[in-house]
Design a protein around this ligand. Structure first.
Ligand SMILES: N[C@@H](CCC(=O)N[C@@H](CS)C(=O)NCC(=O)O)C(=O)O
Length: 203
């Protein structure tokens, strides 16, 4: 059986779990306690030299980096397909996944980190800056979505899986999406209905 070295709140682990659920793949979850530094042990670094979760083990294959993991799952377990058929569209989905990991997820992590603190201890400048970065990302996503249901048009994709764990929390983070972002608002509502995303237990 597949094994996933996982941490519950990690958005990169959550992205992999959404893809596993979309493909209806059973897996064993192995909890790595990041607070205890278990990801930096010699044994764990044998699995992932970066000392980070997620790591996927599929028999003899050990794969780390969430983007590489979900590409592997797409290659090895292609049903249902989570990338478009056309190579240009596939490249666009990969670019959006990269945009998610590098531009969208970091300010959401920074914002959540501040919001977990008592109000008096928050860095309000960091809160404001994170809000602005998230808004900029959502404007970009609005342009990218156009009239599509998902980032691959009618098909839910690897990029949608990457955005899912954090776009579904935007309300809770008090990120307001105004009327000009209708496509993004509808996209988020659609993402929230997917069993793979509901299975994260965040809603
Ligand atoms: N680029 C990596 C990022 C993974 C990552 O940042 N994981 C975090 C948890 S969300 C982690 O393991 N942090 C522990 C550490 O850096 O010591 C991926 O996509 O898999």
């Amino acid at each position: 059986m597949l094994k996933l070295y996982d941490y519950p709140d990690c958005p990169f682990c959550q992205k992999v779990r959404v893809v596993l659920a979309e493909k209806d793949l059973e897996f064993e979850k192995i909890f790595v306690d990041l607070r205890k530094g278990e990801q930096k042990t010699v044994e764990f670094r044998r699995l992932n030299p970066y000392g980070k979760v997620p790591v996927l083990v599929d028999e003899d294959e050990v794969i780390y980096e969430s983007t590489v993991i979900i590409e592997y799952l797409e290659d090895e377990y292609p049903h249902p397909l989570l990338l478009p058929d056309d190579s240009g569209a596939r490249a666009r989905v990969r670019l959006l996944e990269d945009f998610c990991d590098n531009s969208f997820t970091p300010p959401t992590s920074a914002l959540l980190h501040e919001l977990y603190k008592p109000e008096a201890e928050r860095d309000h400048q960091r809160v404001q800056q994170s809000h602005e970065e998230i808004q900029r990302c959502m404007v970009h996503m609005n342009q990218q979505l156009g009239s599509g249901e998902y980032l691959g048009g009618s098909r839910f994709t690897l990029a949608d899986a990457a955005f899912a764990p954090r776009v579904i929390l935007l309300n809770r983070m008090s990120v307001e999406l105004d009327g000009s972002l209708g496509p993004v608002v509808n996209w988020i509502e659609r993402i929230k209905t997917r069993p793979s995303v509901r299975g994260l237990g965040l809603l």
